[in-house]
Design a protein around this ligand. Structure first.
Ligand SMILES: *[C@@H]1O[C@H](CO)[C@@H](O)[C@H](O)[C@H]1NC(C)=O
Ligand SMILES: *[C@@H]1O[C@H](CO)[C@@H](O)[C@H](O)[C@H]1NC(C)=O
Ligand SMILES: *[C@@H]1O[C@H](CO)[C@@H](O)[C@H](O)[C@H]1NC(C)=O
Length: 280
């Protein structure tokens, strides 16, 4: 009977819709927490002062990555899905370097491949609790819209259009600095710096509409040249690629480690007071 009334009265139907949206909004806010106070069941925790820590930690970080792919609500709310991942715009400027002098802007950046992330090793320093992580990705692909001016490998370039960069067998060595801090009686990691070193077996790329579409033939042969000489092409664009990877990893890790206490990864982690002393 009440459903008949809903259907026959546009205003109450509209109010019903509003109520649904409001309800979803509230439900979402209740779900999302500022930080976890209970250890999530997907996460095995480890003890750094006991033998076998690195093996345990490697497995624990792999479980975290797998869960990022499943979707951690607080992270999805902020960054969207893990794979494909939408990345903020990249503004890139590299001057006075012989191999490449370019200004490039990438927008609508989507990166695919993180669901296949393998953690090969996760080490944590007992001294200052920085991390050293070995990561492997069988394939990473970046799609974006680009706008570019400059030259790469002596080839003058200007154009705008679609770009993709595909990297195969990507080894990432990640060095992460952290500062411990206290929140709600837990110890948390503040990720303060991320540095990566990359190795790969191949880089493939395609820049559409190079030279603003003036010559399809030159565009084709230029892309061919970049792919035939991919190591030089990668070296020329290394700062851009390394920056991009570092920014993605720093954003995600910051969000994760402000959300999940370090105690849930390393049960016997010291408090900031114990590590740094009470005066700092
Ligand atoms: C890239 O964006 C910046 C700021 O948004 C702008 O100043 C610059 O001219 C752009 N570069 C290109 C090559 O379009
Ligand atoms: C890259 O390869 C070099 C030489 O084989 C090696 O020394 C280095 O550790 C590798 N780095 C990564 C990130 O795998
Ligand atoms: C984390 O470190 C940054 C500096 O790198 C600082 O600005 C920020 O306040 C720190 N956050 C917390 C919660 O300690």
């Amino acid at each position: 009977m009440s459903s008949t009334r809903h259907n026959s009265n546009p205003l109450s139907f509209f109010c019903g819709l509003l109520a649904i949206f409001w309800w979803n909004g509230v439900a979402f806010n209740v779900d999302a927490v500022e930080f976890y106070t209970e250890k999530p069941s997907f996460l095995p925790s480890c003890r750094i002062y006991e033998p076998g820590f690195t093996k345990c930690s490697t497995n624990s970080i792999q479980k975290l990555i797998d869960q990022l792919h499943v979707g951690i609500p607080e992270i999805v709310e902020k960054y969207g899905t893990w794979d494909p991942m939408h990345v903020r715009d990249i503004v890139f400027k590299q001057d006075n370097v012989e191999v490449a002098t370019i200004r490039a802007n990438l927008t609508d950046v989507v990166v695919k491949g993180f669901s296949q992330t393998k953690i090969k090793e996760s080490r944590v320093s007992k001294k200052d609790f920085h991390w050293q992580t070995k990561i492997f990705l069988p394939k990473m692909r970046l799609d974006a819209k680009y706008k570019m001016q400059g030259r790469i490998l002596l080839i003058p370039l200007s154009g705008e259009g679609n770009i993709f960069i595909e990297i195969e067998n990507l080894d990432i060595l990640m060095y992460t600095k952290t500062r411990l801090y206290e929140k709600g009686g837990f110890t948390f990691d503040n990720v303060t710096a991320v540095q990566v070193k990359l190795n790969m077996s191949r880089v493939r790329t395609q820049l559409d509409n190079l030279f603003n579409g003036r010559s399809k033939e030159v565009e084709r042969s230029t892309n061919q040249f970049f792919n035939d000489n991919w190591r030089d092409f990668y070296e020329a664009l290394r700062p851009l690629i390394v920056d991009t990877v570092e920014n993605i990893l720093k954003d995600i890790m910051s969000a994760v480690f402000h959300l999940i206490p370090a105690n849930f990864f390393v049960e016997d982690i010291p408090t900031p007071q114990q590590l740094y002393g009470t005066t700092t």
